[in-house]
Design a protein around this ligand. Sequence first.
Ligand code: UDP
Length: 397
Amino acid sequence: MTAATAATAPQRRILCIDHAGVLGGAELSLRDLAVSFGESAEVLLLADGPFRAALTAQGVRVDVEPLGALGAVKKDAGLPSLGALMDAAGIAKRVARRARAYDVLYANSQKAFVVAAAAGLLARRPVVWHLRDILEEPHFSRANITAAAQLANLRAAGVIANSHATADAFVAAGGHRELVHVVHNGIDVAPFDALSPDAGPEARRALGVPAEAFVVALFGRFHPWKGQQVLLDALAELPGVHALIVGAPLFGETAFEAAQHARARALGIADRVHWLGFRDDIPALMRAADVVVHTSVLPEPFGRVVVEGMLAGRPVVATRAGGVPEIVTEGETGCLVPPADAPALARAIRGLRDNPAGAAAMAARGAAHARAQFSAGAMCAGVARALDAILHEVARA
Ligand code: UDP
């Protein structure tokens, strides 16, 4: 994000609410949006963590209001307990007190939307939900899906969906189509532009990855649906290929992470797998790879990592599901493979390795497409337009 982008954004008083203190994709997108909203916006986090510092570093006003028992509710479980609902009522009152100083409540996650919906009712403020999840099983329980869609119909002045796939799932869940504005995510290109030509080789050296090895890289938090296991199975079919696995179990999936280390050992590929944990130098690490892969086994709502791989000038292999086909055109700007299909993933990686000229041309087309279609500026402008339209409707009602 540049200061110029921020300066041109309209100055509405927006209270942004996010349940997470960690840096997931939703939070990284909100960071760029919060900068563009300008000085009259504030972010309220329902958990403390590194996201707070990341916002402060960008000059965004931020405060924390811990969620209590509602924070422990899992999205694939049933409806919240009475204790969680009582906590929600308490926090809704506190958020409502803050909300009176703002024109609109902007909820960046489902839990944040539940809190914002209640707070908005108490404070008589419109609520906009930025929907960044596919409301489908098994991502969410059936009870949770129905409750979320109905709450949106009842209390959201508008829903901003991060892809058409996300929007369609919302409508299929019973959400009203007329509430929805689709705005694709966008990525700040500045960190990619700032990379030196040596960034990739330097990162390889620092990681101890052989300079001549063919390297694939996967970026994302540890979770069974993000598909780290699929890459490991594919790697077993690709002798000599190394993998960078970048990301952490952000929401407590440590047993799954340990199981993947064990899987790599059992497959006899542990010496070719580099576990890097959570990193904040994603562009350089992408440059260190020959191919960026995305392996989600369930529909990905959008997939920031796919756009980032393209911006890094790397050929991408991604899963054909959810919002990803809205980013990648098969064979043109990247390769698409079926979800949870390790042999297909291995074939696609092999195809790129064996055709370096074709892979480079695809990467160049991907980079141009990502720059044109998925910039942070385009996302911020799209969200500003959606907010305008939503608040215009609210004023007319
Ligand atoms: N990411 C990061 N450090 C890591 C792993 C991932 O900063 O170690 C970033 C990644 O670059 C991307 C985001 O986390 O911007 C993940 O977004 P995505 O839409 O792919 O998935 P989500 O987390 O929203 O499910």
